[in-house]
Ligand binder design. Structure first.
Ligand SMILES: NC(=O)c1ccc[n+]([C@@H]2O[C@H](COP(=O)([O-])OP(=O)(O)OC[C@H]3O[C@@H](n4cnc5c(N)ncnc54)[C@H](OP(=O)(O)O)[C@@H]3O)[C@@H](O)[C@H]2O)c1
Length: 358
């Protein structure tokens, strides 16, 4: 059955893969685009990822604008959307509270209002930090009483991107509860390239890590042997997201999309380095010391690393039984994350770094 879908962030990394999957499944996909003139390019990307480009349409708009900047005509067309997938976000390190809030928090509220008003199911893409309750408490958020949070203090502690994603999550839940709308949330770990092709886009955190590895900017492994950067491959993730959207049992549920087979950070770097013939660092550097070094701007620039990125490297382990069961119920096979990682490194080498590697 073909269903009308509205996707924000459909031009981004996860979004392109999701649009490809939904359109390949026969759904009509309308993508919020700040630059709708790039629809032809998006359709090309979608087709190259296995999607059906003819099922993909642009809706001109911007998460930062009132009512998403939608025209009356587009607003009317979107009323036919049964599912609204909200992936759009301003992802960058060093964002101010104002910059990140405007897109990530206010934009999410606008998307939630639209979905609730027209009785569409909202599928929100959050982030796995929202499932680390100890971390939330450490930075001043009680997940059971988020309304008590001193948000400006959280922004100062963890930076604009992470803080705004956390605030957006609670703000969106609040809008949907107040409006009586249906919501499902998927919290991805850091996203790895496609498990078979390695496809990943410029600007992704894992891509930057591989670039630093290749360019010799990673002299040491951040943290200890217990530290890891939990991953999920993009193809597995979008299959989970699409399945969630059509599963009535997932209304009001949150799913953590994280591969617990992700190796620790040292092994992750070794896996990525192997197909490229570069050396991975073997020795560890305490995170506290690394954060101190990175607080010196020229060092951060030289190492092409932002202190905000280090928060995503953790020792916490997560319970992934729910996602394993969900995937099993929907017949979604989990790819081998080490293989996905090696393919991603090879893809980055071939498409993103060019001649940087000897
Ligand atoms: N990648 C990860 O490792 C990861 C992990 C956990 C959670 N997530 C979450 O997953 C979602 C998608 O991530 P991604 O990695 O695919 O992001 P991405 O590649 O950076 O793409 C971001 C998307 O948001 C859109 N966008 C940004 N500002 C906008 C605005 N003002 N109005 C409308 N659209 C706007 C971009 O559109 P343009 O093409 O116009 O720039 C793009 O389509 C985000 O919510 C992110 O926080 C990502």
């Amino acid at each position: 059955m073909s269903v009308e879908c509205f996707v924000t962030g459909g031009t981004g990394f996860i979004g392109q893969h999701l649009v490809a999957l939904l359109s390949a499944q026969g759904h009509t996909v309308r993508v919020l685009m700040r630059r709708p003139e790039r629809l032809a390019a998006l359709r090309e990307h979608v087709a190259s990822l296995g999607g059906n480009a003819a099922q993909v349409f642009a809706v001109s708009g911007d998460l930062q604008r009132d009512n998403l900047g939608l025209s009356h005509v587009d607003r009317a067309v979107l009323r036919g959307a049964r599912i609204v997938f909200h992936l759009g976000a301003h992802f960058a390190w060093g964002l101010s509270l104002q910059q990140s809030r405007a897109v990530n928090v206010e934009g999410s509220r606008q998307v939630a209002l639209l979905a609730a008003e027209q009785n569409s199911r909202l599928v929100l893409i959050g982030g796995y930090m929202l499932k680390n309750h100890q971390h939330l408490r450490n930075i001043g958020i009680d997940p059971r009483r988020p309304e008590l949070t001193n948000w400006p203090a959280v922004y100062r502690k963890v930076g604009g991107y992470e803080a705004s994603k956390l605030e957006a999550h609670f703000a969106t839940l609040q809008v949907m509860a107040a409006q009586g709308g249906e919501i499902t949330v998927v919290h991805p770990a850091t996203v790895c390239g496609h498990s078979r092709t390695g496809h990943i886009l410029e600007g992704q955190p894992l891509m930057e890590l591989i670039r630093n590895l290749v360019q010799g900017k990673l002299a040491a492994v951040p943290g200890t042997p217990e530290h890891w950067l939990p991953l999920v491959s993009v193809d597995y993730l979008v299959e989970l997201v699409a399945a969630c959207a059509f599963d009535p049992a997932m209304v009001g549920q949150e799913l953590l999309a994280l591969d617990d087979q992700t190796p620790n950070l040292r092994e992750l770097l070794a896996q990525a380095a192997h197909p490229l013939g570069v050396k991975a660092p073997k020795h560890h550097m305490p995170l506290r010391l690394m954060k101190l070094l990175l607080s010196v701007r020229p060092i951060a620039r030289l190492l092409n690393t932002n202190v905000e990125a280090l928060d995503f490297i953790q020792t916490t382990r997560f319970d992934t039984a729910a996602v394993e069961q969900f995937a099993g119920r929907h017949g979604i096979a989990k790819p081998d994350i080490r293989e996905a990682l090696r393919h991603t490194a090879t893809f980055v080498n071939a498409h993103c770094l060019g001649k940087d590697i000897q």
